[in-house]
Design a protein around this ligand. Structure first.
Ligand code: ADP
Ligand code: ZN
Length: 735
């Protein structure tokens, strides 16, 4: 339970009333005590308005009977109002506390994620309309008669009556003025139609049915359990977990599906609607505030039976959550790196436990973490070994760039160009994948060697030629591409180094002028509408060549796409990150999975300077299990995750020296003990980020060690100046 504090310095009025502690959605240490005046009815979980300093804040009653030791009765201030919303259930409050304790975040900062639509706490406004006044009579025009007939016995908005009857709104007003209709509240329509579990289920293949039956049984048991559902891309995993969603609906509970790129998942949504006869509720950062409010409220009242969302959906107030699916569970998009640093996949497991729900982790290339959990018997494992409909996996080969260099100033090798030519000649589609937005990752002055660098980050500025600007992909800093070198003043001396997707599209335009091209990157496909339109163009064969970043890797099903060319397969492998190999493997496997999804066989070509690298070899031999085994063998002896625990401290300051000093002091106070090891301090991978200098310490611990108390002790031993910030990242993914 969070610690408690006096609410403010001010005096309360004293007198009768129940003492309650209220957690506020702010990064404060603990809950504050207030008095609940006798007129208000509230209990644990109630949303309340309380005074805080000179303002009014929303909060949640965390403890309805706290002990009185902390704050004198007469100093308590009063709860102002209780919100007319369903109280926060114990399971969600426990999740807030659990995450706060695990990530070492203030509980209020976690609570804030569960209060993401404050407007939803007001009683939903009930729209008003018109209904007939019984027994009233008056002489009426034909228009008015039509309007009355259209209204019938219902209550409808005036505009709706006018539309149905084909008359003007004035006619409806006329009816009111002669007393034939009266205002009335509209019955509340359900915000989300109920998906129907048996609307249009597919006939599952025997191995799909076997996995689905196991999941149905798990859902029906209404007990906590985690299943890792693994199967190659296109093997029918989605159909299997949708069957578990159907069972959850039959059980009368709610289902939550987490997707890594929800705004781009238009094909997934269309498929859901075909399967269930109704769309799911959605939750992601692009929603309008009105939709957020309506959705949050519908979830709280049990009126959103299935919700599909980004990681933040994990904090929605489901009254009876029976299933959580994490699709593409290996995706780093599930890790939140700002504010409360948490991994939504791991917290989905925690929430499922608190809700006595089934959790299903889905991937073609599961994380080593989940595989280790399955091997240790903590998770159940279900597998789908082959693609649906007998489609073969694409044949993967490497193009050794040392033997087949592209022409000068080009990035596509002769074998890849030849393959694209053949594919287009057959009337099929090809995709070129490069995980880099913009035109060129580096702009260099030919005269003096100056590199265009972000003023706020240890990062180069990326040229975006279409906008004629340079852009930092870390902090968003942007400036027009200068005509002259800012260092030496030489004119026309700045040259692009290396490719981004824009530059590949330029090369392709010269090589294949007839081909219809589409660039898919987060700046050209900014949201759901653009994604849906891009998917339609590709499905309808209005596009021959797709050039894309990682957004083309995810989940798409393009039946006519038979060739995938990976422009730079080595891209993710540098940098000394523990998971670089695993992540590159997962991404490239997913990209490769786009090719040859139906009857035409697919082909994948990896341009690489090191085709002998284990990642390339595993892709070529389609040996993901072998790759996992090799990774495990590398990590296990040194107790690297998942065979040990890891936490990072990022020490940062706008003052370079203060950051360094802070890191050194923390380093000197490093914990010692059995199974503990501290690495660093060292400059963090982005040594300067958004104007803050960053250093890092890593705490490595044996699997059995709880790192949180060790970290709390460590941090308490060192007093750092205010301008130095320490961020704790338990289970860091990029290091
Ligand atoms: P995954 O999620 O493993 O990538 P999907 O569930 O997307 O695989 O299935 C791949 C394709 O096969 C999709 O077009 C899907 O609709 C189709 N499919 C899968 N299982 C069946 C089935 N039992 N009956 C009909 N179509 C299926
Ligand atoms: Zn920057």
């Amino acid at each position: 339970t969070p610690s408690r504090k006096a609410n403010t310095g001010e005096e309360g009025t004293g007198g009768a009333g129940q003492r309650v502690s209220v957690l506020l959605p702010l990064p404060l240490e603990g809950a504050y005590d207030y008095r609940l005046p006798p007129g208000l009815v509230a209990g644990p979980g109630s949303f309340v308005e309380v005074p805080l300093g000179g303002r009014v804040s929303l909060g949640v009653i965390w403890d309805a009977a706290p002990d009185a030791a902390h704050v004198a009765e007469r100093r308590l201030r009063e709860v102002i109002a209780v919100k007319p919303a369903p109280p926060m259930r114990p399971a969600l409050r426990q999740l807030v506390e659990w995450i706060a304790a695990y990530t070492l975040s203030p509980p209020g900062a976690v609570l804030r994620m569960a209060m993401s639509a404050p407007a939803a706490l007001e009683a939903p406004a009930q729209a008003s309309g018109w209904r007939r006044v019984r027994g009233a009579e008056a002489r009426i025009t034909p228009d008015r008669a039509r309007a009355l007939a259209a209204l019938g016995e219902e209550t409808l908005p005036g505009t709706e009556i006018a539309r149905l009857a084909g008359v003007s709104l004035g006619v409806v007003r006329g009816l009111a003025s002669v007393g034939l209709i009266e205002p009335a509240l509209m019955p509340r329509a359900a915000a989300f139609p109920r998906p129907r579990p048996d609307f249009a289920p597919p006939v599952l293949r025997p191995e799909q049915e076997e996995a689905a039956a196991a999941l149905r049984e798990a859902v029906a048991a209404r007990r906590f359990g985690v299943t890792l559902l693994q199967g190659v891309t296109g093997s029918g995993k989605t159909e299997v977990y949708l069957d578990a969603v159907a069972e959850t609906l039959r059980q009368g509970r709610q289902a939550l599906v987490l997707l890594p790129e929800i705004a781009l998942s238009t094909q997934w949504l269309a498929r859901f609607e075909r399967r269930f006869g109704a769309p799911p509720a959605l939750w992601h950062s692009e929603l309008s505030s009105r939709t957020r409010r309506v959705t949050w409220r519908a979830v709280a009242e049990g009126d959103a039976p299935v919700l599909v969302g980004a990681r933040s959906a994990l904090f929605l107030p489901f009254p009876d959550l029976g299933l959580i699916v994490v699709d593409e569970e290996h995706e780093t998009a599930f890790k939140q790196e700002e504010g409360v640093i948490y991994h939504a996949r791991d917290m989905a497991v925690v929430r499922a436990r608190l809700e006595a729900a089934t959790c299903v982790l889905v991937s073609a290339t599961p994380s080593l973490e989940s595989v280790a959990n399955a091997e240790a018997g903590r998770y159940r494992r279900l597998g789908l070994p082959v693609r649906h409909g007998g489609a073969a996996m694409a044949e993967v080969s490497a193009v050794d760039l040392r033997q087949h260099p592209p022409e000068r100033g080009r990035f596509l090798s002769p074998p890849l160009v030849a393959a694209v030519t053949e594919t287009l000649a057959r009337g099929e589609q090809a995709m070129l994948f490069l995980n880099r937005r913009g035109y060129a990752p580096l702009t260099l002055c030919r005269a003096c060697g100056h590199r265009m660098q972000c003023p706020n980050c240890t990062a180069w500025l990326v040229e975006h030629r279409a906008q004629r600007r340079l852009l930092c992909h870390h902090c968003g800093h942007t400036a027009p591409t200068p005509a002259a070198c800012p260092e030496c003043g030489a004119e026309h001396s700045l040259v692009p180094i290396g490719p981004g997707v824009e530059r590949i599209q330029e090369e392709v335009a010269e090589l294949f002028p007839e081909a219809r091209r589409l660039v898919m990157a987060s700046d050209t496909i900014p949201g759901p509408a653009a994604a849906a339109e891009a998917a339609r163009q590709i499905e309808d064969r209005e596009v021959d060549l797709i050039i894309g970043t990682q957004i083309v890797a995810k989940g798409w099903h393009f039946p006519h796409l038979t060739l995938v060319g990976v422009v730079d397969a080595d891209l993710g492998l540098g940098g000394g990150d523990l998971r670089a190999g695993e992540r590159t493997m997962q991404l490239l496997h997913q990209v490769a999975g786009r090719a040859g999804r139906e009857d035409k066989p697919g082909r994948v070509m990896l341009q690489s300077f090191s085709p002998e690298h284990p990642v390339m070899q595993a892709l070529i031999r389609d040996d993901f299990p072998g790759f996992l085994k090799a990774e495990a063998a590398q990590r296990e002896p040194g107790h690297w995750p998942p065979y040990g625990r890891l936490a990072a401290l990022i020490i940062s300051s706008e003052d370079a020296r203060a950051a360094e000093r802070g890191a050194r002091e923390l380093g000197l106070a490093a914990p010692v003990g059995d199974g503990l090891q501290v690495l660093g301090p060292a400059p963090a991978p982005l040594a300067l980020l958004r104007g803050r200098y960053r250093h890092r310490l890593l705490l490595k611990a044996a699997r059995g060690v709880k790192v949180q108390p060790v970290l709390v002790d460590w941090l308490a031993r060192v007093q750092l100046p205010r301008e130095v910030r320490v961020q704790v990242d338990v289970d860091p993914v990029g290091f």
